[in-house]
Design a binder for this molecule. Structure first.
Ligand code: G4P
Length: 527
């Protein structure tokens, strides 16, 4: 591979910020974009404008609900690096979106609210990252408020998230007594200025025993800092980049995103340590980013905000080689050639048509229905990227068509929404009734709303008594056909034609498993 291509790949850092809603993910994202010069908003303290319109959402429904339905990409340049932030919805009903986006990042930053500590959604998302050994940096936010003390939080992170931590900055007080942080990473004091009106005052400070410390933070805080620093350096391991890169050690930073405090330190460390694009597993083999030939996979499909245009944007993560505009690529699932005349990249709020993109980048491909989540594009090789699961849904409703004249639109709408990964559609074999299964209840509203606004179709829902849908398979044909005969009433097919067992209760599921030991029940399906 040519030298400049290698350079391009090595300067990419693609990551996601994950948190429980309200911990400060959007605020932190904004501040990072500000450092990168990707947006210019003076005093973006309560910058709803950015949050609600420009950067992280472009779907009407989101404006209405104020929940980040969409996962978008924000790129910026910082210290000669090209940084891509993949935004992840924090709301639990959109967790599947987030899980899929996490397959397209090389590292993550986890934001934790100092007062609330580790919350439920954070636990779930970190679990997914840990399964894949994704390197994690933790940012403890809102130090301008009273919260849990540092050591308690580190304990909680270790016990609830299962992360081995190493603090690289340490808070000096909190809430009204918050004076700043001491950065063990850069050996400097960063003094807190509320609202980030000017650049934070930073002082090189290699030795905390230096009596000058009192001058900056006062006697009491100086002594506490010295004591705490002694304890943490004894208790926690020193930073080890290799351990971090393997996902075995997580650096922790403290700050206040809304005050733009501690964010630069986080970013400066991030650019030093975060990995450049990593190899990715496919069913066939590992794909190295430095390979000559292009490959990439679709992890997200986004419907056009303008309902008059049916096209969608498929977000593709580039995994190897160089992607070029107007070049023929192989659509592996459809076995056909495709080229793209206006692939876009996302620099914060702006979308731009690009000529080339590199591993680590995410390009938006305008799509009129060719893509599904999980699809791959290559230069000819048949590669199937792994790790894009469909979860077995837990909430179900029958879909009832309220406008028979719009049946075609309804069917088309349902298929397209399912391709986007919004929910799963099952057709009961015995009655042909359509059942929508979702992971979070809000998805029912999203589907109804979008069918109406984008496809002109009206649906109502009716309750269906179901506990779980799981995919079934067996190596033994006669065991399978016996199962199919006995459970006829409870069988459905998904949109790909796979057989699905609809369990009415946990008891029914258990019984089915016991009675049919040669049938395997799967609770996730790779899309
Ligand atoms: P999210 O994306 O993780 O859901 O969180 P978001 O950034 O929207 O932040 C949630 C709330 O927390 C916001 O207040 C935001 O201003 C506030 N916040 C973020 N960082 C800090 C911080 O360092 N200190 C304090 N005290 N607050 C912080 P909001 O009132 O819900 O919204 P807004 O009107 O300020 O946007």
């Amino acid at each position: 591979m040519a030298g400049n291509l290698i350079e391009e790949i090595k300067r990419r850092r693609t990551f996601g910020i994950v948190s429980h809603p309200d911990a400060g993910k959007t605020t932190l994202t904004e501040k990072l974009l500000l450092f990168g010069g990707a947006i210019q908003v003076a005093g973006a303290v309560k910058s709803n404008k950015i949050k609600k319109s420009a950067t992280s959402d472009f779907m009407e429904i989101e404006k209405q609900r104020g929940i980040s339905v969409a996962t978008s990409v924000m790129g910026f340049e910082y210290k000669d690096l090209k940084i891509n932030i993949l935004d992840t919805p924090g709301h639990k009903d959109f967790a599947e979106d987030t899980f899929r986006t996490l397959t397209a990042v090389d590292s993550v930053i986890v934001v934790i609210d100092v007062a609330k500590g580790v919350e439920e959604q954070t636990e779930k998302l970190v679990k997914v990252c840990r399964m894949r050994n994704t390197p994690i940096i933790v940012f403890i936010n809102k130090l301008d408020r009273e919260g849990k003390d540092g050591e308690e939080l580190l304990d909680e992170i270790e016990s609830k998230l299962g992360l081995k931590v190493c603090p690289l900055s340490w808070p000096i007080g909190m809430g009204k007594r918050f004076k700043g942080v001491y950065s063990m990473y850069e050996k400097k004091l960063v003094l807190f200025q509320p609202h980030g009106k000017q650049d934070d005052e930073t002082v090189e400070f290699t030795d905390l025993m230096d009596p000058a410390l009192e001058e900056f933070v006062g006697e009491e805080a100086a002594n506490t800092l010295r004591e705490e620093e002694e304890v943490i350096s004894a208790v926690y391991p020193a930073f080890d980049k290799e351990a971090y890169t393997k996902g075995e050690l997580s650096p922790v930073f403290f700050g206040s995103a809304v005050n733009n405090f501690g964010v630069r330190e986080l970013l400066d460390c991030f650019v030093d340590i975060a990995p450049f694009p990593l190899p990715r597993p496919t069913e066939e083999r590992m794909v190295d980013p430095l390979e000559d030939k292009f490959s990439g996979f679709v992890f997200k499909i986004h419907a056009n905000i303008d309902p008059r245009h049916r096209d969608r944007i498929a977000f593709m993560r580039i995994c190897s080689g160089m992607f070029e505009r107007n070049t023929n690529y192989h659509h592996v699932r459809q076995q056909k050639k495709m080229k793209f005349s206006n692939p876009t990249t996302f620099m914060a709020a702006k979308k731009e048509v690009i000529d080339a993109a590199y591993p680590g980048d995410v390009v938006g491909l305008y799509d009129s229905g060719n893509f599904k989540i999980g699809d791959s594009l290559t230069e000819g090789e048949s590669l199937h990227f792994k790790g894009l699961p469909s979860f077995s849904p837990e909430m179900f409703r029958y879909v009832v068509n309220k406008d028979p004249l719009k049946t075609k639109q309804l069917n088309k709408g349902l298929v397209q929404l399912m391709d986007e990964g919004v929910a799963q559609l099952f057709t009961r074999q015995s009655t042909n009734q359509k059942i929508v299964g979702v992971v979070g209840a809000l998805q029912f509203d999203v589907i109804q709303y979008r069918l109406k606004h984008e496809y002109g179709a009206s649906v109502a829902y009716e309750p269906v008594n179901l506990h779980k849908a799981c995919w079934v398979s067996s190596e033994n044909d006669s065991a399978m056909s016996e199962f199919e005969t006995k459970r006829k009433r409870d069988l459905a097919t998904d949109t790909k034609g796979n057989l699905v067992y609809l369990a009415e209760s946990s008891w029914a599921l258990k019984l089915a498993q016991e009675n049919h030991p040669e049938v395997a029940f799967h609770f996730t399906s790779e899309v």
